[in-house]
Design a protein around this ligand. Structure first.
Ligand code: M6R
Length: 619
């Protein structure tokens, strides 16, 4: 979480930094800030924007040196608060924050300055030993201006500086525990230093200009040539020069990669929100993901003959690791692989995985599912699996992301750029990969012939679901139920509703209701029941009856032509009839649209819901 950026070149840095931060805003939007140096005066100016948006100039403070001025502007709130920051200078760093330590507030916004205001630092990650470092620095007389963990970095830098910023960074990182990517700017210098351990950092290589950013979306309008920093690496960028070092200060080779997408993908193209655009992109995305069949066939350790090895116990199990929506895709994957390929699968919540001393060995295949490829918990799960000798595979959307680079084999899910914080098309592309995997493991061919047409047909429910939202946007609580492989969809539907509309929703396997949650059923708590015509249809129908008998309202997601459901449900969303195995893919769409329209009706900030960030790079 948090997005960081750095620029050195001949253009106005503020503009480039602000535009880059806007691309990174999906990573957090609690506060934003910039530090820029120019070489005209010998002052440091610091401006905070107070909560009313008024400038509170903290005064111009004269430096001891005679050259470059370090200008700071930071504010609680969105990156747009920086528009009024006209900071002169061609070298700068910037930050957009997702709060971990300390409330969203001006004083907790980055960049942070040391006491002499010579260094500015922006940080993404968590410094786990910050309390002891803070205590130690305080004993030496250092005054802190924020409640954050990040501020210790800048004071350590000032303490360790003796003429070379890179050396000060190397000494500083020896004191830090935790995860970080940070950028350092020093006045009177013509360089920016960036360091990485656990949080992403990319270098953009331009023509007489160079960049740092948390991800390539902030760089793509300036350059297509990038270098991904690895953990335990730092880089010094100057106008014409980029160098990489390990944490012992030893110089390393630059491995330049080309980005093969452009900014067009980052436009709303007439849709009100990115989320809606991304929901409507699903027919193309699913068609693209279906083309992965051949690639999945070629995964070296998943050839069909290997499926027999599972039976022979020489390959013991498949473990899926993921968080949030990706982990619900994983749960669908478990049902699919066990049903179609008869191979045991464990679906693990990545944030729990490494703390439970998991049973994972060299015989296992561990599969990470992640849109961003940067989720800290999923990455840590993969690293643990590798340590224990397991084979690792990634179903990842973002190309060259950290997990994609670390797994033994990566399949890119082909969802394209997903900007809405609520995952939609990335989820369905993950599902497609898991379907293909299940069929591959079974040594069978998947018949998806009319699937795309059915996805399109399901999208045409949009208007009807929008109308339905009028009836339901005022409720405060929802239950979601489903059975078998539609149960994970109930979880996903409830998550979508919670994260973008802030309506409380809980999901259960339909048969579990009577073991407790049915106590919640009342006229005030509607239930969204996934009840397609599959092998457990009659069972789910009975559960709906139980809800109706307790005066609960029911919105059913049912199959076109189902007459029985009309007698029990209050509202019905009919999805096209298909092979029951594909209902999860079809059901995903109305669930996304239902959450979207309720949130829109409530005028929520759909693409940037409160408290969330798209990419969760902290534990
Ligand atoms: O980038 P990842 O797929 O690894 O992200 C995992 C979760 O953080 C993510 O799916 C999250 O739950 C979304 N906000 C759901 O819409």
């Amino acid at each position: 979480m948090c997005g960081i950026i750095g620029y050195i070149g001949n253009k106005e840095a503020s503009k480039i930094l602000i535009s880059g931060l806007e691309k990174l805003e999906y990573r957090g939007y609690d506060s934003a800030g910039l530090a820029v140096i120019d070489n005209k005066e010998n002052k440091t100016s610091e401006i905070n924007r107070n909560n009313n948006g008024n400038k509170t100039n903290n005064g111009n403070k004269t430096n001891n040196n005679n050259n470059n001025t370090l200008h700071i502007f930071k504010s609680k709130g969105r990156v747009s608060r920086l528009y009024s920051a006209i900071l002169p200078g061609k070298i700068g760093i910037g930050h957009t924050r997702w709060a971990t330590h300390g409330l969203p507030a001006d004083k907790n916004s980055h960049p942070f300055l040391d006491e002499k205001k010579e260094f500015a630092v922006v940080h993404n990650g968590i410094i786990e030993n910050y309390l002891e470092l803070k205590e130690e620095l305080r004993e030496q007389g250092v005054q802190f201006s924020s409640e954050t963990d990040s501020e210790v970095i800048v004071h350590l830098l000032a303490k360790h500086y003796s003429g070379d910023v890179k050396d000060a960074v190397l000494k500083t990182i020896r004191r830090l525990k935790g995860a970080y990517a940070f950028c350092v700017l020093k006045n009177n210098s013509e360089e920016i230093i960036g360091a990485r351990n656990g949080s992403p950092l990319v270098i953009g290589l331009g023509n007489n200009e160079n960049f740092f950013a948390s991800d390539v979306s902030a760089l793509v309008e300036h350059t297509k040539n990038v270098v991904y920093l690895n953990d335990f690496e730092l880089s010094r960028i100057r106008h014409k020069d980029v160098e990489i070092f390990d944490f012992n200060g030893k110089k390393k080779e630059l491995k330049i990669k080309k980005i093969d997408w452009d900014l067009e993908q980052a436009q709303k193209s007439g849709y009100k929100h990115f989320m809606l655009k991304e929901i409507f992109e699903q027919p193309q995305v699913i068609a693209e993901s279906l083309k992965l069949e051949l690639e999945i066939k070629k995964i070296p350790f998943l050839m069909p003959k290997k499926a027999e090895e599972f039976e022979n116990k020489s390959l013991q199990k498949i473990i899926l690791v993921a968080c949030g929506t990706a982990s619900y895709a994983g749960l669908v994957g478990k049902y699919l692989i066990e049903k179609i390929a008869r191979i045991p699968v464990i679906n693990e919540t990545a944030s729990e995985f490494r703390y439970k001393d998991p049973l994972v060995s060299k015989d296992d295949i561990v599969i990470a599912i992640s849109q961003s490829g940067e989720t800290a918990d999923t990455l840590a799960a993969i690293r643990l699996a590798k340590q224990r000798g397991a084979k690792t595979l990634g179903f990842i959307n973002v190309i060259d992301s950290t997990i994609a680079r670390e797994v033994d084999h990566v399949i890119y899910t082909r969802a394209g750029l997903e900007i809405g914080v609520a995952s939609t098309k990335a989820f369905t592309s993950q599902l497609v990969c898991l379907y293909l995997l299940a069929f591959q493991l079974a040594g069978k061919k998947m018949n998806s012939s009319s699937l795309i047409e059915k996805i399109k047909e399901t999208l045409s429910l949009n208007k009807e679901i929008k109308e339905l939202s009028e009836q339901y946007f005022n409720y405060s609580n929802f239950l979601y139920i489903g059975r078998n492989m539609n149960f994970p969809l109930a979880l996903e539907g409830a998550l979508k509703l919670k994260e973008i509309s802030y309506i409380h929703a809980e999901a259960y396997p339909a048969g579990e209701l009577k073991h407790g949650p049915i106590a919640l059923v009342s006229e005030e708590t509607p239930t969204l029941a996934l009840c397609p015509q599959d092998e457990v249809y009659d069972k789910t129908l009975s559960n709906i009856e139980e809800i109706k008998a307790r005066k609960g309202k029911v919105i059913a997601l049912a199959t076109q032509g189902d007459e029985k459901i009309k007698q029990v449900a209050d509202n019905i969303i009919f999805i096209p009839k298909t092979d029951p195995i594909f209902y999860p893919l079809l059901s995903a769409i109305p669930l996304q649209l239902f959450a979207y329209h309720l949130a829109d009706r409530k005028e929520c900030d759909i693409d940037k819901p409160r408290n969330l960030a798209k990419s969760v790079t902290v534990e």
